[in-house]
Design a protein. Structure first.
Length: 265
């Protein structure tokens, strides 16, 4: 039977992406303890003296013309295919594991200096893909129970629609940790470091506001109840459609964030 993402990975909202990472697949490498977020797993490692970062996730379901077929050297389950992703950062090899229902799992390996070759990066990325597929077929996918106070348990679309944001229907991310409603979005993540910059109080929370291209983003954090030394982050983003840039969206972003942050438990 063709393998779908839901059959392979289970509930996307509670998936531990780090259970898909097998550091032993990275030849001649020493890996740090992986960081698990709500939608991805990331680990730094040193391979043959070169510092690299591997990322598994997020999931996506929309069509992406930048993802193209290539000759993946490993075996794949029935209904599953592996593609290369061309729209990736510099010094990154991107892969996509596509399940029978069209849901894609992103995999990437990035060199943190300029010494690694594209061929080496992509060999490592294919090794990571193989480990992820083995985890799926070997029944090693994990689903941890998130603590009560974790924002990973929060329904982002319920918060966003309940805040009075205007627009059509809210669109939830596949894992439920992000939501978009017209020009406003809300996303929850686990981060290594809290955002820097001047702080202000919005919705009774310490927040930081920053323009980012056409967006203005407002972030607030809490200590992660699941992972010591990490923070959970809520990000409210508002896009400027006038062409003036993200600064123009910051008044609306502050207003939205004040309401949304006050509703986050």
């Amino acid at each position: 039977m063709p393998l779908t993402a839901i059959a392979a990975l289970g509930d996307f909202a509670t998936l531990d992406y780090c259970s898909l990472l097998d550091p032993k697949r990275l030849k001649n490498a020493t890996a740090d303890t992986p960081d698990s977020s709500f939608t991805a797993c990331q680990a730094d490692f040193v391979q043959a003296g070169r510092p690299r970062t591997v990322t598994i996730g997020p999931l996506a379901a929309d069509r992406d013309p930048t993802v193209q077929a290539y000759a993946y050297p490993g075996k794949v389950p029935d209904g599953v295919s592996v593609q290369q992703a061309s729209f990736v950062p510099e010094r990154t090899c991107g892969r996509a594991i596509t399940f029978a229902d069209g849901v894609r799992l992103a995999v990437s390996v990035t060199d943190r200096d300029d010494r690694g070759s594209a061929e080496d990066r992509c060999t490592a990325a294919d090794d990571v893909v193989g480990g992820a597929l083995d985890a799926v077929t070997g029944n090693r996918v994990r689903h941890p129970q998130l603590p009560d106070r974790s924002w990973g348990r929060v329904d982002s679309c319920a918060i966003l629609t309940g805040s009075g944001a205007q627009g059509g229907d809210a669109t939830a991310g596949l894992a439920g940790h992000s939501c978009i409603l017209d020009k406003v979005s809300l996303e929850f993540a686990v981060v290594r470091q809290a955002p820097a910059g001047p702080s202000e109080t919005l919705g009774n929370r310490v927040a930081r506001v920053a323009a980012d291209g056409a967006f203005c983003r407002v972030r607030t954090v809490q200590p992660s109840p699941a992972t010591p030394g990490r923070a959970e982050q809520a990000t409210v983003s508002v896009v400027d459609t006038s062409g003036a840039g993200g600064d123009a969206a910051c008044p609306a972003a502050r207003t939205a964030a004040a309401t949304i942050f006050s509703r986050i438990p």
